[in-house]
Design a binder for this molecule. Structure first.
Ligand code: ATP
Ligand code: MG
Length: 381
């Protein structure tokens, strides 16, 4: 297609950039996506014919609120809840932009996952749950960014009060092509106007005052087993994240339930987050000891359960349940298998006109290594 991609992405050598893109297809139409950040272009950027949907930027983290927040921001900061699900961008790519030979059947709003895949399952969920047509009729060049949360979630399942299956919560509106965000107040007002449910706001504060506001929000969220907060400058351009002890433990439980697949990648970063949190909160020795006990339990207990499960001959991996249109769930399972995941269906049933599938993404390394060690295999360490 005839666009100057070098200018669009601000790179000198467009061929060099496009080498890193991979090919995907959505209902017979091809697109390209960038699974890792390259040449200053964000991970998850997708190119569909002449249309571009920029990736969602990575958000830096602070380990101490004070002076982390006042060092990072020099104006008012809005504190919003960080939800634990998966990142989704929704854009209305039109058939005339996408081209694809002589096809001109409508495309409709598409949902992109973090790595830039168009996910048919997520696309159906957001089309059903949000009034996208009204929004895109007025704002065709924006992308709606949000988190898909809830227990019936094929990527990151986590319970939220009031969400029985899955739900979309908006946290950003950005220009589809430049990735520039809309200012926070305007974004919240637009989401409200079009009826998009959005992440909770804990208010807007000067940076010095935000320290205490975040500490209070974190206390409440920690108590309720929630993930944390994301802070944003008024223009939406600068962001920072900070998370609860509850989610550090929950991440570790998840990782050490599959120790040889995820354990190593998770443990150091979560321990470090706990260390700085314990120090900043000026805990007494008994409180820190309690933190240590809970941290240790979140590592050891799930791993012990998994080794026992392998010993009993059970399939181990990440368990998920999804519900929806039968053909869409077929597409979801096919997508996972195409990505090389070893998907094992535990149960597949109808509930009314919906199909409900319970499946596990098998954790190969954990299954194999655990069996090997249980049979007396040795380690070189
Ligand atoms: P990265 O570090 O590249 O952002 P990650 O998946 O490890 O990747 P997280 O630690 O989960 O990142 O934090 C960033 C993600 O948090 C965002 O990509 C977004 O999906 C999610 N998120 C949840 N709630 C919010 C919110 N209120 N504002 C912004 N992002 C949010
Ligand atoms: Mg996340």
């Amino acid at each position: 297609m005839g666009r100057d991609w070098g200018a669009v992405f601000g790179v000198a050598d467009e061929a060099d950039l496009f080498e890193h893109f991979e090919r995907g297809a959505y209902r017979g139409r091809e697109y390209r996506y960038l699974p890792d950040a390259r040449h200053g272009v964000e991970r998850g950027t997708a190119v569909l014919g002449d249309a571009v949907v920029r990736g969602f930027p990575s958000i830096p983290r602070v380990l101490v609120l004070d002076p982390g927040i006042p060092e990072f921001f020099d104006g008012p900061v809005t504190v919003e809840e960080k939800l634990n699900g998966y990142n989704v961008r929704v854009a209305d790519v039109r058939a005339d932009e996408w081209g694809a030979g002589d096809r001109d059947d409508p495309v409709g709003p598409l949902a992109f996952t973090r790595s830039g895949h168009v996910c048919r399952y997520t696309t159906e969920v957001v089309r059903e749950g949000c009034d996208l047509d009204a929004f895109f009729a007025d704002h065709p060049d924006l992308v709606v960014c949000g988190e898909l949360v809830g227990p019936e979630n094929p990527y990151t399942a986590h319970d939220y009060d009031g969400v029985d299956s899955v739900a979309f919560r908006a946290f950003d509106l950005r220009d589809r092509e430049t990735g520039d965000p809309i200012p926070v107040d305007e974004r919240r007002a637009l989401c409200e106007r079009y009826g998009f449910e959005q992440v909770r706001s804990f208010g807007t504060y000067e940076p010095d005052r935000a320290v205490d506001a975040v500490a209070d929000a974190i206390d409440e969220l920690d108590e309720r087993g929630r993930e944390g907060v994301v802070l944003a400058s008024a223009d939406g351009a600068d962001r920072l994240k900070y998370t609860t002890s509850a989610i550090h433990r929950s991440d570790l439980e998840h990782a050490f339930a599959l120790p040889f697949d995820y354990g190593r990648d998770f443990v150091f970063s979560r321990v470090i987050r706990e260390v700085f949190q314990a120090v900043e909160r000026d805990e007494d020795p008994a409180e820190t000891r309690e933190r240590a006990r809970k941290l240790g339990e979140s590592i050891l207990l799930p791993a012990v359960e998994t080794v026992k499960a392998v010993d009993r001959g059970e399939v181990v991996g990440e368990d998920h349940r999804v519900r929806g249109d039968p053909a869409v769930l077929d597409a979801l399972l096919a997508q996972f298998r195409d990505q090389g995941l070893d998907v094992h269906v535990r149960d597949d049933r109808r509930e009314g006109d919906e199909r409900v599938v319970e499946f596990v993404k098998r954790a190969g390394a954990t299954a194999d290594k655990t069996a090997h060690y249980l049979e007396g295999g040795t380690l070189d360490e």
